[in-house]
Ligand binder design. Structure first.
Ligand SMILES: [Zn+2]
Length: 239
């Protein structure tokens, strides 16, 4: 039986949450992350249920109900964080669950995600451990539930990352890696994956290499010629 993940893009159009200069809207980010996470999870053999399937802009309770009806094995609510008062904001990725103890499934899931996010080179907020809050989507769900604040859109540096497609891919692949770790599942490399996409196991490395200009982002699965290898080594300053 494949596991079912319920993904909740935390906000819908009409949500007022945005960066102080209105260059970034949380609802756009959460929907975009949903569209990145869904195929990644499906390639790993998970069934994915999204909270938007039930109604256009479900209430918090309705989102939990979607997960409960689907019998989800894990519920993930996707957000970005904010503090009021302009750009005066910390930065970092935070995972919330409803409460302790550390051994609870929700906290094991959160720790696995936080560790994978950290390993992907993404800054964690504060202690780097799960934080606790009695958010409705965390308390009304029967599945282990984790709410992910993927960074602060009220921090100038971090909102620039949150707007970046390569960074979004990195976040998505790190979250999936963490969930695979939680379920104790080895990542599957989908052979049938499209040639214009990197393999799952290489997606973080590929994103990092493209962000640093080592590759131009095209043809991730193409063979490397000797002259291209020389170019890569030259860009790395190794020749
Ligand atoms: Zn939010």
């Amino acid at each position: 039986m494949s596991k079912t993940i319920c993904i909740d893009p935390g906000h819908w159009p009409g949500s007022v949450n945005c960066a102080p200069d209105k260059s970034y809207w949380e609802y756009e980010f959460t929907w975009d992350m949903y569209t990145r996470l869904k195929p990644l999870f499906e390639k790993q053999g998970f069934a994915v249920v999204g909270t938007p399937t039930e109604q256009e802009n479900p209430s918090l309770t309705a989102r939990a109900t979607v997960s409960n009806k689907a019998g989800a094995d894990l519920f993930l609510s996707i957000h970005s964080n904010a503090v009021s008062g302009g750009w005066m904001s910390p930065k970092g990725f935070v995972a919330y669950t409803s409460s302790g103890p550390e051994t609870a499934e929700r906290n094991r899931a959160a720790v696995n995600i936080l560790n994978a996010v950290h390993e992907a080179g993404i800054t964690l907020f504060g202690t780097g451990k799960p934080y606790h809050a009695l958010f409705t989507v965390l308390t009304a769900t029967t599945a282990p539930a984790v709410l992910l604040e993927c960074g602060f859109h009220t921090n100038r540096d971090e909102v620039a990352l949150l707007k970046n497609e390569v960074y979004r891919d990195r976040l998505a692949s790190a979250i999936v890696t963490g969930v695979l770790g939680y379920f104790g599942v080895e990542p599957k490399d989908p052979e049938s994956g499209p040639p214009d996409q990197p393999s799952f196991w290489a997606s973080t490395a590929w994103s990092n290499a493209c962000a640093k200009g080592i590759f131009d982002g095209s043809d991730p699965q193409g063979p490397l010629t000797r002259e291209q290898a020389a170019l890569v080594l030259d860009r790395l300053g190794l020749v």
